[in-house]
Every structure is written in C-alpha cells, then in structure tokens.
Design a protein around this ligand. Sequence first.
Ligand code: NAP
Length: 294
Amino acid sequence: MAAMILDGRAAAAEVRNEISRSVAQFTTAHGPIRLCSVLVGTDAAGLLYADSQHQRCLQAGIQHERVQLPESIDQAGLLAEIDRLNDDPGITGIMLHMPLPSHLDEAVAQYRIDPYKDVEGVNPANIGWLFYGEPIIAPCTALAVIELVRRSGHTLRGAEAVVVGQSRIVGRPISMILSMEMATVTACHIATRDLAAHTRQADILVVAVGKPHLVGAEHVKPGAVVVDVGINKVAVTGTDGRPAHRTVGDVDFDAVAPVAGAITPVPGGVGPLTVMMLLRNTVEAARKQLERRV
Ligand code: NAP
C-alpha cells in the first residue's frame, strides 16, 4: 500500500487559520502581539527571510518590525540592543536571525533573549525548561515534527521512536519531546555503529542530519512513520541543460515511500510547518508573558 504523504503545506494552512483566530482573540483581550526580527548585517538570504516573515505575520494579524544592525556591531552593542527589546513592553517576541558574523557569539546572544520572548525556543533556558518537562517555548522544528507525527494518526505513547541527528536545536529537542510523549526513544548520531539496525526498529523515524539520501529503504521498517527534517541543495542539470539545484531531504523519498506507512516530502513537509510553529510560538510567548512563573 502506498505511504500516506504527510503534507506540511496543507497542515500549515490549517494551523495558519487556528493562529489567526488565536491572534484575534488575544488582541481583543490584551492588545497587539508584536514580533521583532533582529538582523545583523545585510545577508541577502536573511533579508529575504525577514521580508517573508513580515508578510506572514501581517496575514496572521501579528505586528512585525525589523531591527537592522550594522555588520560591525560588537558583542556588547548586540547585547544592549537585545536588552532594549527585552525591556520594551510593546515587543512580545524577539527573533535573532542566524548566522551572526563570526566575531559575535551566537549562544551568548540567544541566551540574552528573555525566555518568554524567545519565539524560536532556542534560549538555553528554554531548552532546559523543556528538559524539565515544563516548556515555556519549545523549538519550532521539533514542534513541527511532533505535529506531523500526530497528523499521521500514529500513537506516540509506547511507540519505538528513532531520531537520527542530535543537534542542540533540532535533534535533541525532538528526542526530548518524543520521550515526554512516552515514546521509547533511541538517538543516533555520527558514532552510531550500525544505523540501519537501529532505524529498522522504529515505528516513528525522524531524520535530522543534513546528508542527502542518508536513509534508504533498507533503513525503514514496513509501515513506519518517516519524518525527514533535512534540507539539502544538490546539483542537477536543468531542463535547459544548464547546472541547477534541487532541494532534497535526508531520506531517499522514492525508495522509502513504498515501504513506509507515512512519509514527509522535501520540500513541502517539515519546512512549511516549522514556519507556522514560529507564529504559534509568537502567540504562545505573548500569552505566557501574562502569567510568568520565573
Ligand atoms: P547539525 O547541527 O549539522 O546536526 C547534524 C546532526 O546529524 C549531528 O547531531 C550529527 O551527529 C548527526 N550526523 C551527522 N552525520 C551523521 C550520520 N552519518 N549518521 C547519523 N548522524 C549523523 O544540523 P541541524 O541544524 O540539526 O540540521 C539538520 C538538517 O535539518 C539540515 O539539513 C538542516 O538544513 C535541516 N533543518 C531543517 C529545518 C526545517 O524546518 N525543515 C529546520 C532546521 C534544520 P554528531 O552530533 O554526533 O556530530
């Protein structure tokens, strides 16, 4: 039987409607939700992303502003700007665009963002609260993965889950949330001796590595839910015979789809939903600021 396709774009459209309703209710009761994107330098991809974020916020009824800092800003200057935004009661969410120029310490800057305004859920304090099982704001990609697994209809409680990749912001938080949902979780990484021996046990297989087609049919148990977080640009020859690029995941979709029970495509799977989770977190951040516990 063909695998169910976990369509991230369709899921994102549904979540977008929910978010718009939540924003309207919150705004009526408590005033506007306002997200501030902080960009350092003029990286073209960063500017493009901030522009599309601006549009998505406005569509959802969230106010959005951009703070553009010079590439030459030093660490103290960046931290002072983050402090200013933390202290501004009119700003309910802060997103610091990565990568920062190499002379700036990303972890220190992320740590400075008020955990209640950290809409990406990347502040080490937010990762810590997640570890405690009492998250304030969780990382967007992990939330998107869990949302897609839920939409597959597969029960998390008691499931064998294998997560390939253990980065701080993606792989580990995914493992953590799956474990909180009472799945039995195995985390695989660069030192895993026999990857396929582990992944073939998985009812739920999440791959977040950044290596095109790392996972093939031989890695997948028949009927498993396969969530591909990877985003890789590979060189191809365009229809006009010129060099071009194609975006692929970490999973060989064509090989795995006939084996899996459900699978996310790349593009169009985790990516679009991650963007929506950022907006959902933006609403959640505003709400949680009303009832701070630390
Ligand atoms: P990362 O920081 O480079 O981490 C990659 C992880 O994969 C590391 O934990 C590494 O293990 C592990 N790994 C590397 N080679 C491996 C192998 N051969 N077998 C098993 N594990 C291996 O990357 P990331 O930030 O987590 O991102 C992972 C991928 O997800 C990238 O393609 C990124 O573009 C994509 N991504 C997508 C979204 C989305 O919304 N769809 C969001 C964020 C990231 P060690 O720790 O042991 O070195």
